[in-house]
Design a protein around this ligand. Sequence first.
Ligand code: ATP
Ligand code: MG
Length: 432
Amino acid sequence: MAEKIQAIRGMNDILPDTSHQWLFFEHTVREWLKDYGYKNIRTPIVEDTRLFVRSIGEATDIVEKEMYTFTDSLNGDSLTLRPEGTASCLRAALQHNLLYKQTQRLWYIGPMFRHERPQKGRYRQFHQIGAEALGFSGPDVDAEIVIMLADLWQRLGLTPYLQLQINTLGSSEERAAHRQALIAYLEQHQEALDEDGKRRLYTNPLRVLDSKTPSMQAICEQAPRLLDYLGDASRQHYDEWRQMISDANIPYVENPRLVRGLDYYNLSVFEWVTQELGAQGTVCGGGRYDGLIEQLGGQSIPAVGFAMGVERLMLLLGEKNLLPAADVPDWFVIHQGEGTARYALRVAQQLRQAGLRVVQHMGEASFKSQMKKADASGAYGAVIIGANEVAEHNVVLKPLHGGLPQQTAAFAEVATAARTLLQQIQAQKETD
Ligand code: ATP
Ligand code: MG
């Protein structure tokens, strides 16, 4: 036998037993984004490697070690499977002039790729849903984004399990002054830094503070705080943002060590974190990136956005039993005997045109085995068609739940009868 080929490690299939849950989630999210005036944008999965290096930053985990980068063997170009969505979104907005004298609220969904060690909530192909508000300087839009995310958690039933953490990263000048002080401080404590800490000391000292290493916690806590280096404008932006979040009655905690894993952020940053998923507890992160559009060759245009990890949210929704049961057909059509397949196709289509969900048995089998399949499908009822029904131009409608009696319906009335009976079965099932 030929060897069976497996999926790539860390890249998952989403199988029919769970895909309906993904569809439910995506549907909820699409409706939600529509309610806030966001428009969908779809960009390629592969981009010029320089796009990510220039936007995400050379000294970040993503660019240093997580990108799937390869050479296009036809022309030698360096290409990368997108590790996140913001860079591509802005590239497209600039390339197609979407930011000329106008603002944009954009959203995307799709797979992202990072070469990480696969574990619960961390994969090599994973999915993000993200949004970018382009051309708004905030803090009102920063608040709107937090408010809209809180609304999504409400719609999904996740509010009790998520905590909002916020911080401000100030301006690049303020970060530069703080950075100097921070490097000087960390140099005095070099012996206590772990490998990542030592490596990042000069390249990305802010990220050192984000370390999860227990022995470094005390040093990180006493490090110079960026908050103390903020000027009036940054401070005011932060104060107003917090005020608007409070106005919306959204609880939050300030986390002065929250820096995010990408270099392009300034001012407002935030994460939604859960305690329920172990180490992979951040389900959504975002913030302001006013310098990024210029960095990518556009004009100086303020921007703010977020991205959520779909797999982590699905894990959380699953753990909390907040996902819908599998879709079941309303009716399962079974048939046996000469000419019944043709008749059954017509009946089934009649029912679908009346808005019912119908699955029809295909091929020949005994009524008994078809009935088992009807039961296994979870359908509310079976439509039974034998030679008699064809001859008399009717069908038998047999409820599969709720203990109601079966009935015969004429072909011309089958849709009305099936709809009425379905309602009765559903009502009966609910009281069972
Ligand atoms: P982490 O600190 O967990 O590595 P990150 O800071 O790298 O996350 P972002 O780049 O901000 O993550 O991506 C936004 C969201 O995408 C994360 O909050 C998380 O929910 C999800 N995410 C990121 N990387 C992965 C991954 N490898 N597998 C699954 N989800 C991921
Ligand atoms: Mg990461």
